[in-house]
Design a protein around this ligand. Structure first.
Ligand SMILES: CSCCC(=O)C(=O)COP(=O)(O)O
Ligand SMILES: [Mg+2]
Length: 399
């Protein structure tokens, strides 16, 4: 059957889950707060939501007993887009009491409406030439208020340090000192001169109506990837960009703003659904999310599930998980243990704050990555690599 199955976490002091679940299935489809005439109800049967299961978890929370409830919504009720689906399954409901949307399952015909990543993990490995190890990405820091000559020096340093992917910070918007088009041209030139297969993800910003045109112009100027603040714009905007054949570069989804939807434990939408499953369906090649270890830490289970949803078997290519924020070389062993080979080690301060500069920071990360992949400890590796030794001395080992 063509349907979307939503899993909700419900909380109730009296444990009235059945009544609540039926109320949702009816209220979000054919029902109303008041009874409709019987004849109308009969005609509308094929549009009614269907309660599939109600499972109490056995946990008692501050909000009462907890249960996971699944409800199926017929595709006959919505158009073929994520805004319609999200409003159907959690529109008004997200404002109505203590409830969290945990997951969405799409029947296979519906799943095919969505593009998934254009490149995916394998495609990104081909673009960067980096196989058999986690990739290393760095975030430009301290660029606001600085000009292109500063960016150029930093770009060269990061590439010399062995960084695979360089990205703008998500807070770098259109500005006079480092305009979008000039950043792009510079990025392209410096990468070509370096002879490396690196990518530079430029922040695609501005009004929604201008984004596609801007992205296409960027491609003409040599864009190799785009960073996108998807939750400020909406998943459908990401999908528009991902589906555009004239924007043939990977897109990186930044999690800015998503905390407003995902962070409260008993409300909102689960992190793994937003940052794992939905951004993948909408076409993100990379998904950034807070790691469990750095400066903006995400609860470990949620971080692991996010990576799992980004990579699990599906009709879509895999989205590269990028656990981020406050990452330094000493955290590489725990990140590798948790997220494995198909993940990206991403750092801003951990690269640019290295005492040997961004090149030293890049080298320290690459030395840490090479060590863990070869089964060495980073402490052992640091005895042979000065940049790694300095990083561990400054930031510790994360143990
Ligand atoms: C919250 S995940 C995105 C991380 C991010 O945008 C960032 O700038 C991290 O920078 P850091 O210096 O903490 O590596
Ligand atoms: Mg940032």
């Amino acid at each position: 059957m063509s349907e979307v199955i939503a899993t909700y976490r419900l909380f109730d002091k009296g444990g009235q889950f059945e009544k609540k679940a039926e109320g949702i299935a009816l209220g979000l489809t054919i029902g109303s707060w008041t009874d409709l005439p019987h004849l109308e109800q009969e005609q509308l049967k094929k549009h009614k939501g269907r309660v599939i299961s109600i499972k109490e978890t056995g946990r008692e929370t501050t909000e009462g007993r907890e249960a996971d409830v699944t409800i199926a919504y017929p595709a006959a009720n919505f158009s073929t887009d994520l805004p319609a689906i999200l409003v159907t399954v959690f529109g008004k409901l997200s404002l109505d009491g203590v409830i969290r949307l945990m997951d969405l399952d799409f029947s296979s015909d519906l799943a095919r409406w969505f593009p998934g990543p254009k490149f995916g993990v394998q495609g990104i490995r081909e673009l960067t030439g980096a196989y058999d190890r986690p990739l290393v990405m760095s975030i430009f820091k301290g660029v606001i208020g600085r000009d292109l000559s500063y960016m150029e020096r930093q770009l060269r340093a990061q590439l010399n340090g062995g960084i695979d992917i360089i990205k703008d910070d998500e807070i770098l918007f259109e500005n006079k000192l480092t305009p979008f088009e000039e950043r792009l041209k510079l990025g392209k030139q410096v990468i070509v001169e370096s002879g490396k297969k690196a990518l530079y993800a430029v922040n695609l910003t501005g009004r929604t109506c201008d984004l596609k045109e801007k992205a296409r112009r960027g491609i003409e100027l040599g864009a190799t990837a785009y960073l996108f603040n998807v939750f400020a714009y909406g998943l459908d905007v990401l999908q528009e960009l991902a589906e555009d054949r004239d924007i043939p570069v990977p897109i990186m989804a930044h999690p800015a703003i998503s905390g407003a939807f995902t962070s409260a434990p008993h409300h909102g939408i689960s992190t793994e659904l937003m940052l794992g499953k939905l951004v993948r369906m909408a076409g993100a090649d990379f998904t950034l999310f807070p790691s469990p270890y750095g400066s903006v830490a995400l609860e470990r289970t949620a971080a692991l599930k996010t990576a799992e949803m980004a990579l699990e078997d599906s009709i879509y290519k895999q989205t590269f998980p990028v656990p981020s924020a406050g990452i330094h070389p000493g955290l590489v062993p725990v990140l590798y243990e948790d997220f494995g080979m198909n993940s990206i080690i991403n750092a801003g301060g951990g690269v640019h704050g290295h005492p040997n500069g961004a090149a030293g920071g890049g080298r320290a990360f690459r030395q840490a990555v090479d060590a863990v992949v070869s089964g060495w400890t980073i402490e052992e590796a640091a005895k042979q690599h000065e940049d790694l030794r300095v990083a561990l001395e400054l930031w510790g080992t994360g143990k």
